[in-house]
Design a protein around this ligand. Sequence first.
Ligand code: ZN
Ligand code: ZN
Length: 355
Amino acid sequence: MSYRLDNVRELTAHADADAVLITYMPDIRWATGFTGSNALLLVATSATHFLTDGRYRSQANEQVQHAAIHVPGYDLLGHVTGSGLIPDAARVAFQSDRLTVADRERLGASRPDVTWMPAVGFLETVRASKEDSEIAAIRRAQAVTEAVFDEVLPQIGPGVCERDLAAEIVYQHLRRGVDAMAFDPIVASGLRGALPHARASSKRLATGEFVVIDMGGVLDGYASDMTRTIAIGEPDAGMRRAYEAVLEAQARAIDAVRPGAKARDVDAVAREHLHGAGFGDYFSHSLGHGIGLEVHEAPRVSAHSEHVLQENTVVTIEPGVYLPERFGVRIEDLVVARADGPENLTRTPKTLLVL
Ligand code: ZN
Ligand code: ZN
């Protein structure tokens, strides 16, 4: 992983700083391979310091190379500022979007000699372009989620409780060895499907409804994320029209995923199609998000995004239509921006399933 620390050093030099203090755990994991829950990383031109607490002493020694490991107890921030790791009057970048106000004040109060330089999204861009091993990990996580989908499909039908289905989804992920769920599964049927982030409830699936199922797990640190919408019994014409519009919007947007594309232009492709199909007012969220060590990470694929897709960035493409008091439809796949065109990592079919 030493080349990733080299990336961090390059970015630090580029920010005209002598060192950077990394406080955000997914960034620390990316840079060092450390999988624990509490650490700080100080990367300077000449030295790298990794700090964690006593619970992780042996884990840090196993996982973290190319850094001096410090285990000072629980006050990691106090140790960074008080123990001579930061030279006098240094210029130190810090993650202003990943630090509490209280910790920011502590930095300034304990080291007034240091020029503290706020940095936003410090590792976002470098993390957004995935290495082959990272894409392979996402693919493995996604394969688990798809196997779970196949496993629970026969259990879906009228009378089944949303929460029971969600519990089964969690159980089947855990049985297949995930580290954790990437998020609480969404199982939202009928009217509840019109709430894009409805949690599973005690409602039972009923004939004539759509059920939106959105789920993902974390395997070897990397997340999966997939949404499928299934009809319980024959859907009416309006439901079919909405499903086809979302499916076509997704297909067009996936085609637009390539290195150099602006994320907001990809969002616009889906949004314009849904607008033309008469559903423009009912696609109430952004089209997608980057995925990797975090289930939601840069780049955002939204109308307001400033991001440009890089080669080997993995994003979700998840258009939806939410008709209040009626139903919701969302379809979500994982797509890699390859130089020779989009690669869809999701294998689960998307022709409308009627159960
Ligand atoms: Zn999702
Ligand atoms: Zn998603």
